[in-house]
Write a protein that binds this ligand. Sequence first.
Ligand code: AHG
Ligand code: MN
Ligand code: MN
Length: 354
Amino acid sequence: MASATKRSGTSGHSNTSIPGNRIVTLDEFIIRSEKDFEYATGELTGLLRDIGVAAKIINREVNKAGLVNILGVADGGENQSGDTQQKLDVYANEKIIECLQNSGECCAIASEENTDIINVPPVTSKKSHYVVMFDPLDGSSNIDVNVSVGTIFAIYRRKSDADGPATLEDFLQAGTKQVAAGYVLYGTSTILVYTTGRGVNGFTLDPSIGEFCLSHRNMRIPENGSNYSVNQGYYSKFDLEMRRYIDHCSDQNYGLRYIGSMVSDIHRILIHGGIFLYPSTRKYPKGKLRLLYECNPLSMLVEQAGGKAINTQLKRILDMEPAELHQRSTIAIGSPAMVDELQAFIERYSALPL
Ligand code: AHG
Ligand code: MN
Ligand code: MN
């Protein structure tokens, strides 16, 4: 895919030509959308299809998790970030890497579960121009209790020369450079939601035919919402401005909804509106969530749907310049009016020089 598009100047969505009254599979949608990009080579299309396949394999395993010996903490126990690693984290990680390596559509991979980047040797003589980053299983501590989990992915164009191996530089790019981002939510149904920068579309897995089918066309986040999503158990560890904002939400009778898997919370917010917060705590002074695997892809999706995403220093998440692969960030993300309201609280109560 190239940055120039045939329909420049539009915020138009590539699926307008697809009839609304028949089943459209993810593969068909991706192939049709490719035609909107003048210099498309099919690489990005191939990558999105690989991720769709990996999602189906992970979905199968998540669904039978209670039946087989795949629940619980993995041998070894922790990933490099010090997070507890579940068996399904390891399984999902392996499956995504396998799918991407087999097709050779990307030149390198970075995962929340791996310390370093993984170079992917070319499968044919074709050179690949993309790198993929992902959180294989988000909210994995929810697995053992049958609560929704997800997979998050981001795709960037490499900066290094396509003749050599990929480098760390290829991954340390601002979120504005993402060419595609998305998530899969393994919930009451399984849904894949993605964007290539031309709006957001969602595809629900129809288990009877084993296909993701277009179900949420051109998703738009409500301007405002009446729910807030934060781990309020840490209230006393939050900074003053955050506590004042949470008090305000409570005064306004906003509902508190917090699943503990960011994908699930963001999916609800995309549909019903609301705000998701993960500010700094004493344990995580820079925030807990990973900039490259969680904050950037979900911020691109939310912005593409009309929402906003900032850190608690009021910087747009997508403009942050990453310095490390596993960098963490604070985040406030969701309906634009609610993010603006939070921003006003930070400006009013923050001790920080803004
Ligand atoms: P992961 O399972 O990939 O480590 O991510 C868990 C994240 C995120 O999904 C969720 O919103 C958050 O951690 C929950 O953290 P707390 O338990 O501290 O609220
Ligand atoms: Mn996660
Ligand atoms: Mn994870």
